[in-house]
Structure formats: C-alpha cells, structure tokens
Design a protein around this ligand. Structure first.
Ligand code: GDP
Length: 426
C-alpha cells in the first residue's frame, strides 16, 4: 500500500476518524501531523465508541504504530486524560504503539488562559475558539517561544527555558489582560504532574519514519479539521492556526521528504460548520433543526450544536483542489434518507455575478447560494453494503456530486459503525 493522507474537505467533522479507523488495516503507521485536541474524531468499532482528540485513530489496531508528529500542539494534560480514558476501556496505549515527536512543542497552561482571556476581550467579535489554547500556542511556536517535548529530557535546560518564557508571558498576562502571573513552582508542578509522564513515549519520530520508509512500510497521515479551516487557504480569520492540508503532512510528521501519492478527501453528504465565520449555505429554523437532529450534529469536544446546510459544491470543489485529493469518501449519506427532496448548492451569486469559484474570504459575506434540487430516496440505506443495492436516487445523488466536483467517490458511509460502508470499484 502506498502512503496516504486522510484529510477533511470542508469545515471539519466530516468523519475522518471513521475512515482512518477503517483503513488502518492496510497501514503500518498512522501519523497526526497538525492541530491539537481542540476537535474530536468519533470512532465506533468492535471495542466501543470513542471520541479521540489528539491520539491518532490507528490506536485501535494491533500492530499499528501511532505517531504524534512535530506539527501537533502537544497538550500533556489533555493527552494524558485521553490515554487514561482509552486504557480504562481496555484499549492498549503503550510506548510501543504510541510515539511522540521530541520536536513537538508543548502546549503550556498559559496558552489555554490566553485563549480564554482573548475571547473574553473580543466579546461579540470573538472567533468562536474552543479555548484549548491552540491559537496562542501556534503564535508562540512561530515566535520560537515554546518548549520542545524533548527538552523534558534535559531538566536544567528546561527550567531555564521555562523561566525565560514565563518572564515574558507574565508581562502579557498581567499588563495586557490584568490576569495573575505564573510562578516557577506552578510550572514545575505542571511539568511533574503532566508533561514528565509523556517521557516514555518520546522519540525521534523523524528517524522512526525514515526507517519505516526504507523498510517499505506504509504510512497513513491523519489530518484534523478541513480545507476551509486551513490557516493559509481557509476562511481567514475564521480558520484554525495550523495547516489542515495534505501538503503539510510531510513537514508536520517529521519526514519532510516523504511522498504521499494518495490523498483521500472526506466530504459529508451535506454541510456542517462549528463556530463563527461565513457559511454560505447555512439553514435556519425548522429546516436546520431537522437536518441537525437527523445527523446528530453536535460537536464531539464541546457538545455545541453545529451549523448545518445542504451540500456546497463550490466550497467542496475548492476543498478538493487545495487538498489535491485523489479520491473521496462521502460520509453520512444515510442522514439524508428521510428527506423527500435534497438541495445542493451548485454556484454562488456574488454581487449579482454567478460564480463556481470559491471567493476570497472578504467576499464571502456577500455570497448567496444557488441551489438545484434532487429527488430523495425515502428509504433506510443504513444496511446497504454495495453500490448496486443503493436506491437509484441515492446513486444519482453521489454521481451528481462526483461529476460536479470532478473527483471519484470511492467510499460512501451509511452509518457510524466501522462496517457501515459501501466501497465502489472504480
Ligand atoms: P471527524 O473529526 O472528521 O473524524 O468527524 P467527527 O467525529 O467530529 O464527526 C463525525 C460524526 O459523524 C461522528 O459522530 C461519527 O460517529 C458520525 N458518522 C460518521 N460517519 C457516519 C455515517 O455514515 N452515518 C452516520 N449516521 N453517522 C456517521
């Protein structure tokens, strides 16, 4: 099997976790290469139902080595909670099946504080942050004001480095936000209680991946969030603070020269979006509630109701382009089974002009969706396992999307369980 990245095509929550869980069977290593624990991948398999936040979704497969690359926001507190939760449900998480890059930066306790303080300051102009400290973390990383996980193995250096960072951070906390200052005692406690417990998992994951490559092993790269939340290509400034695109996988994994010939883009059969920012196809009122209920669209991390709308071809085509997706998984098709007619947004109207091109972020506020309506199939498809058994109207819906987007749909999911999947022979 050649290397593959599994990425989100839209605003996130497309069901990437279930696709990684399904496909890990064919891979030796699974790598998370960006983002933090600020979103969730839901996985339902023979071991139970799990909400993963930072751990790679390959953690359930025996023999698969899971890697947290240098590009992730390594939050020791939350990661340990996640590890303990899985272990309490009988899932093995050990230094053998989890490897953490010594070059990953640590998300420090003040990152969470600053996230919260800044959202409070912004009040009704807030970004809708999950307040997990991700934006302050990545800002600090680019300022070179973070600590690398590997420094935990050099306690004297760590202490000096933390003291220097604390001096600077306290200026911001106390003078800008009028918040309490940190002390070294508090930081040392945090290091002992949380960060140090990750030491057994640390390694040079670059060397590990290079060796795996030379042995012909195959690597699956797992992304968090989707194209439209990418720092450079998304709906700025309502993006996340890292690159969610497949192109970042080599950098964020620890193996900058790795080739990734397959990019599986995960697309939901309709649109959802958590948090603030333009969302052209948004539905409101009863129509929105019906779709939200049908799809159980509530955030895995925060429980927040997701904003919902019809499939947005304009945004999805753009999402496929920036990911360089070679094939697609269309998820949650079963959710549309109860609807007589299904709308799909094929174009936007921007300043009276019809466009198929996803607009520049500042132009999105003025964009209006242009819909076409397709017939529904009005029957339960959750037990369907082959393309031929899908009702004709469901097949036509998939084929319409495939044609409009210009990328083959290989997988169609019809339920959250691992086996609820139709695999097309293309
Ligand atoms: P991710 O972050 O991209 O992995 O996506 P999330 O886990 O946040 O959201 C996907 C949600 O949809 C989860 O609750 C999944 O269990 C659920 N899900 C995934 N695929 C399907 C499907 O085909 N049908 C239904 N009904 N639910 C699904």
């Amino acid at each position: 099997m050649s290397n593959c990245a599994i990425v989100g095509i839209n605003w996130g929550d497309e069901g990437k976790g279930r696709m990684v869980d399904l496909l890990t069977e064919n891979f030796d290593l699974v790598v998370r290469y960006q983002g933090g624990g600020n979103a969730g991948h839901t996985v339902i398999n023979d071991q139970g139902k799990f909400a993963l936040h930072l751990l790679p979704s390959g953690i359930f497969r025996k023999g698969v080595v899971n890697v947290l690359g240098n590009g992730v926001a390594l939050d020791p507190e939350n990661l340990l909670k996640e590890i303990e939760e899985l272990q309490s449900k009988g899932v093995a998480v050990t230094p053998e099946n989890l490897k953490i890059s010594d070059r990953a930066s640590l998300l420090l306790p003040w990152h969470r504080d600053l996230d919260e303080l800044e959202e409070q300051r912004l009040a009704d102009k807030k970004f809708g942050s999950t307040k997990q400290g991700i934006a302050p973390f990545y800002s600090d990383k680019y300022q070179k004001k973070t600590v690398l996980a590997g420094e935990l193995l050099y306690p004297d250096r760590l202490k000096t480095h933390l003291a220097d960072l604390m001096e600077w951070k306290n200026l911001i906390l106390t003078r800008v936000y009028n918040a309490p200052a940190y002390t070294m005692e508090r930081l040392e406690q945090w290091v002992n209680n949380f960060a140090n417990k990750l030491k057994p998992y640390l390694c040079d994951t670059g060397a590990l991946l290079a060796q795996a490559q030379s042995q012909g092993k195959s690597i699956l790269f797992e992304a968090q969030l989707g194209s439209l939340r990418d720092l450079d290509y998304g709906i700025h400034p309502y993006t996340t603070s890292s690159n969610t695109t497949a192109a970042y996988a080599p950098i964020g994994s620890g193996c900058p020269s790795v080739k990734i010939p397959q990019v599986l883009g995960v697309v939901k059969a309709y649109s959802t979006c958590v948090g603030e920012g333009p969302f052209t196809c948004e539905l409101f009122g009863d129509e929105a509630e019906a779709l939200r209920q049908a799809g159980q669209e509530y955030g895995a991390k925060t429980g927040r109701p997701r904003r919902v709308g019809p499939m947005d071809i304009v945004a999805t085509r753009y999402g496929v382009e920036v990911q360089g997706a070679t094939e697609l998984a269309l998820t949650k098709l079963d959710v549309l089974s109860g609807f007589d007619k299904i709308r799909v947004c094929t174009h936007y109207l921007v300043d009276g002009q019809q466009t198929e091109r996803f607009p520049f972020p500042a132009a999105l506020d003025a964009a209006k969706p242009v819909y076409t309506t397709l017939p529904g199939w009005n029957c339960d498809i959750s037990k369907v396992r082959s393309w031929e058994d899908l009702p004709k109207a469901a097949q036509d819906y998939v084929l319409f999307i495939e044609r409009e987007i210009g990328c083959p749909v290989r997988y169609i999911s019809v339920g959250p369980e691992r086996e609820s999947i139709v695999i097309r022979q293309l």
